[in-house]
Design a protein around this ligand. Structure first.
Ligand SMILES: Nc1nc2c(ncn2[C@@H]2O[C@H](COP(=O)(O)OP(=O)(O)OP(=O)(O)O)[C@@H](O)[C@H]2O)c(=O)[nH]1
Length: 412
């Protein structure tokens, strides 16, 4: 779904820059140049279709921030723009339930707005778990997080907190105070760290001024960061976003390290890890298939290496669709592998043979040429406790499939 931004701005020059910036990040802009216009637009739309409102503090018919109150009352997150960057205005803006405010000082602040909007969109898919004994303090933190579009979860004890983490893998951050219903926040941090690493879930511990020693204890027990209460709203969001971005960056690095650059399929190392841990957990039955494109050198030699790459990508696309439910990998070169956990030999043969036929039927068109290819497959149903053993069996079968004429399955 493409979200809309309600832009309430009177100044023509600012409008031009803002429209360009918002358009660049692929969000739709709906413009109102006054509070009256904004109200009219809202009468015919739903708040859910708006990611947020970007509102100028001072409009011809709303000189003192009245448009901010209107947008907040309409349940959309609000970012305030102001060309009056004095401390009084800043305080007045931050006393309202806004996402942030942006003084219109230079071009850099518009870049900041662009990052903020991108963040607000991403936040819709990020969960934050808030843990503490008192519902009132949990609700206060959740209200701040909801303002930034985060999905929030709550727990008042260690057991429920860990269960919630297991049930909702979109949770990237836990914010906990030390006082819980059963144990302490410090004990909760230690318990989370037994199950989830710092790279999977960030934790912020909170403590008030009367307990400064707690902050160091939080960090020593495995928290990533801390917040000293009472905290200002800007510091709260800086810390929250910093900790979530840390997890997201690690996620990008992990995905890059696990993915084959050409085809986007998981690479050999990732496949080994995934299948090995699946075998360790114990399976009733399993099969492993090793596949190799036939006469691929000839495809490269006839049509060029670029076309060879296109063939690899097209076969990988077919694989992603056909084997969506199974661990799969580009093993290297023109060799691919699929693992079938809890599947008997007959069913695995049926599944993989359907794929073999799909590959043979596929016509790949490139630069007015039509390329076809076939695939040979070695499949093993050996119940081994090590993936290496299954691979060597599948490899022997694949060798036989090649020597018996290719475009076929040999199984053991
Ligand atoms: N275009 C392209 N070619 C690759 C890539 N990786 C490996 N190859 C080529 O794949 C070809 C594999 O050739 P061979 O091992 O001789 O096997 P084949 O021609 O498929 O013959 P059979 O396996 O016996 O059917 C070699 O020419 C490699 O250069 C790649 O990423 N892109």
């Amino acid at each position: 779904m493409k979200y809309k931004i309600l832009l309430v701005e009177h100044d023509a020059a600012s409008l031009r820059v803002l429209k360009r910036i918002i358009g660049k990040i692929n969000l739709d802009v709906v413009v109102a140049t006054s509070l009256t216009e904004a109200k009219l637009i809202f009468e015919s739309s739903t708040p859910e279709s708006f990611l947020c409102a970007v509102v100028d503090y001072s409009l011809p018919d709303a000189l003192h921030g009245e448009a901010i109150d209107f947008a907040i009352a309409s349940f959309i997150p609000v970012i305030v723009l102001t060309s009056l960057p004095d401390d009084d205005v800043r305080k007045r803006i931050l006393s309202k339930a806004v996402v942030d405010y942006i003084p219109k000082q230079n071009r850099q602040v518009f870049e900041y707005l662009s990052r903020l909007l991108t963040r607000l969109e991403k936040n819709k898919k990020v969960g934050v778990l808030v843990v503490g004994k008192r519902p009132s303090s949990r609700n206060k933190v959740c209200e701040l997080l909801n303002r930034h579009n985060f999905e929030t979860f709550q727990a008042n004890n260690t057991h429920d907190a860990i269960e919630t983490l297991y049930e909702n893998n979109l949770i990237k951050l836990v914010i906990t105070e030390n006082e819980l219903k059963d144990e302490t926040g410090i004990e909760l941090v230690a318990a989370i760290r037994k199950e989830f690493s710092k790279e999977e879930v960030s934790i912020i511990g909170t403590s008030n001024l009367r307990q400064p020693a707690l902050l160091a204890k939080f960090i020593k027990s495995g928290a990533n960061d801390y917040l000293r209460e009472p905290y200002c709203h800007e510091e709260f969001f800086c810390r929250v976003v910093q900790n979530i971005e840390h997890i997201e960056q690690i996620d990008v690095i992990r995905k890059t390290a696990n993915t084959d650059y050409l085809t986007g399929l998981p690479n050999r190392r990732h496949f080994f890890e995934e299948v090995s841990s699946s075998i360790k957990r114990g399976l009733d039955s399993m099969c492993l298939a090793l596949m190799d494109l036939d006469h691929f050198k000839q495809i490269n030699d006839t049509h060029g290496h670029d076309c060879g790459d296109v063939v690899l990508k097209e076969v990988s696309k077919l694989m992603k669709k056909h084997f969506a439910a199974f661990p799969m990998s580009r093993f290297g070169g023109e060799e691919f592998c699929v693992f079938f956990p809890n599947m008997g030999k007959e069913q695995a043969i049926q599944t993989i043979d359907a794929f073999r036929l799909k590959v043979a039927d596929k016509k790949i068109r490139r630069k007015r040429q039509t390329i076809s290819c076939t695939v040979s497959i070695g499949l093993t149903a050996l119940n081994a406790d090590k993936i290496e053993l299954m691979l060597s069996q599948a490899d022997e079968c694949l060798y036989k499939a090649k020597s018996r004429g290719r475009n076929q399955i040999v199984s053991t």
